[in-house]
Design a protein around this ligand. Structure first.
Ligand SMILES: Nc1ncnc2c1ncn2[C@@H]1O[C@H](COP(=O)(O)OP(=O)(O)OP(=O)(O)O)[C@@H](O)[C@H]1O
Length: 288
């Protein structure tokens, strides 16, 4: 499988935090959801990949090109959307189009106008008068108008209402219908990632815990509601974490099919991304 991003042993050290030995491949044509608690290192990783902050690594390739020698070429094909617009709020979409047509050699003004119309964004209104949803849609219109092959979103959908978020998820899905298009997306709204991710990459305290296909995750893990007796009879290595509720335990297990083959009548549900994250972080505890 072709990879759009290949990172080998990326490290970044701050005084009180370090990203440690991140090795990660992002497959072409996929949507990769990047998860992790506050301060886990998601933004630091994204900024490192983009060269916004300086990090060390054994290898960083994007589109098969070496980031150290081809940064400028690589960046032409990347669009990044953060949780805030980085355009001057005095600008209008009309003016931004004019500027960007000079910045990007592959700027497509027709496509830009098409998206502005589709998103109902007024050409001549200053961005400062836009709602947050409108600002994010403008970012997407821009990203899609210079034919970016890699879209990186860092908390881009936070603070948006469910309807706008849903619309944005549809736009992202539509974007990846072209198999040359890839998305790396960090979000705390894990239900959004449940809806669209092909892979989940999980960063915890500066380390990559795993990067796995979403379907495999749902296949591998299971949620069990049971009593202490069952908790005690499970193989300890299969228990990712558990929570004691009023009358029983909620347990996140690995090796779901193996457990099911031993405990045939046991009811197991498939966990959401949020449950996988919570149980990994909290381990075994009385309650969250
Ligand atoms: N410029 C900086 N100088 C020192 N420490 C920093 C700097 N930028 C980030 N950090 C620290 O690095 C750690 C990781 O931050 P980062 O923003 O990457 O986490 P995150 O996973 O994106 O968190 P969140 O979900 O809250 O956005 C934090 O402890 C933060 O304080």
């Amino acid at each position: 499988m072709e990879n759009v991003i290949e990172i080998k042993n990326l490290n970044k050290k701050y005084e009180d935090f370090s990203l440690n030995g991140i090795t990660l491949d992002i497959p072409k044509g996929s949507i990769v959801g990047l998860i992790g608690e506050n301060g886990a290192g998601k933004s630091t990783l994204i900024s490192s990949i983009l060269g916004i902050i300086k990090s060390s690594y054994d290898d960083l390739k994007i589109f098969g090109l070496d980031f150290k020698t081809d940064e400028i070429n690589i960046k032409k094909d990347i669009a990044v959307i953060f949780d805030q617009t980085h355009y001057n709020e005095e600008f209008t979409p009309n003016f931004i189009g004019k500027i960007l047509s000079r910045v990007y050699s592959n700027w497509d003004q027709k496509t830009y106008l098409k998206y502005l119309t589709r998103f109902k964004l007024p050409m001549k209104k200053k961005i400062k008068k836009f709602s947050r949803g409108m600002k994010m849609k403008l970012e997407f219109a821009i990203a899609f108008s210079h034919n970016a092959k890699l879209l990186i979103l860092d908390e881009a959908t936070s603070g948006l209402d469910p309807i706008v978020r849903d619309e944005i998820l549809s736009i992202i899905r539509e974007y990846t219908e072209d198999e040359d298009h890839t998305v790396l997306m960090s979000s705390h709204i894990t239900s959004d990632l449940d809806k669209i991710s092909d892979y989940i990459a999980y960063i915890h305290e500066g380390k990559l815990l795993f990067m796995k296909p979403y379907d495999e995750l749902r296949e591998e893990y299971g949620i069990i509601h049971a009593g202490k007796e069952l908790l005690d009879s499970l193989n300890k290595d299969d228990i990712v974490g558990y929570v004691k509720e009023a009358y029983n335990y909620t347990i996140l297990v690995k090796n779901r099919s193996l457990i099911q083959s031993v405990f045939k009548d046991l009811e197991m549900t498939r966990p959401t991304v949020e449950e996988i994250m919570l149980f990994h972080v909290k381990g075994g505890c009385e309650r969250w």
